[in-house]
Design a protein around this ligand. Structure first.
Ligand SMILES: [Zn+2]
Ligand SMILES: [Zn+2]
Length: 120
């Protein structure tokens, strides 16, 4: 493939914004990719920023997948444990509430694992 602007010069790579072939005179190396000199540097930088931001957000989210479910399960144990401790039995409201929290936490945990762990 040849440069989009210089039909006789071989291209050294593609612009990340428009995917046109570029020779060394037309390409600007932005470390994370090539861009058309003078026209697409800003656009390629913007694209890169969006991509790396999303990657960071995804990484943070996958780190936090256990925190919310564990919080619900802990709440459930506190509610349920408290009602048992008080001798109120399993039909008491706080035990039912606690069981609900634990079930919700487990469902959340399974769901989060499916979303984040599978793709890695
Ligand atoms: Zn371009
Ligand atoms: Zn060129």
């Amino acid at each position: 493939m040849n440069c989009f602007n210089h039909q006789t010069t071989p291209a050294i790579g593609l612009c990340k914004a428009c995917s046109r072939g570029l020779c060394s005179d037309c390409a600007t190396d932005l470390d994370h990719g090539l861009a058309c000199t003078g026209t697409h540097e800003e656009r390629v930088n913007d694209l890169e920023m969006i991509i790396s931001r999303n990657a960071t957000a995804f990484k943070d989210a996958s780190k936090n997948i256990y925190i919310v479910p564990v919080f619900y399960i802990a709440m459930g144990l506190i509610f349920g444990g408290y009602s048992l401790y008080e001798g109120r039995g399993v039909s008491h409201f706080s035990f039912v509430l606690g069981a609900g929290f634990i079930i919700f936490g487990v469902v959340l945990l399974v769901r989060n694992r499916k979303i984040f762990v599978k793709g890695q």
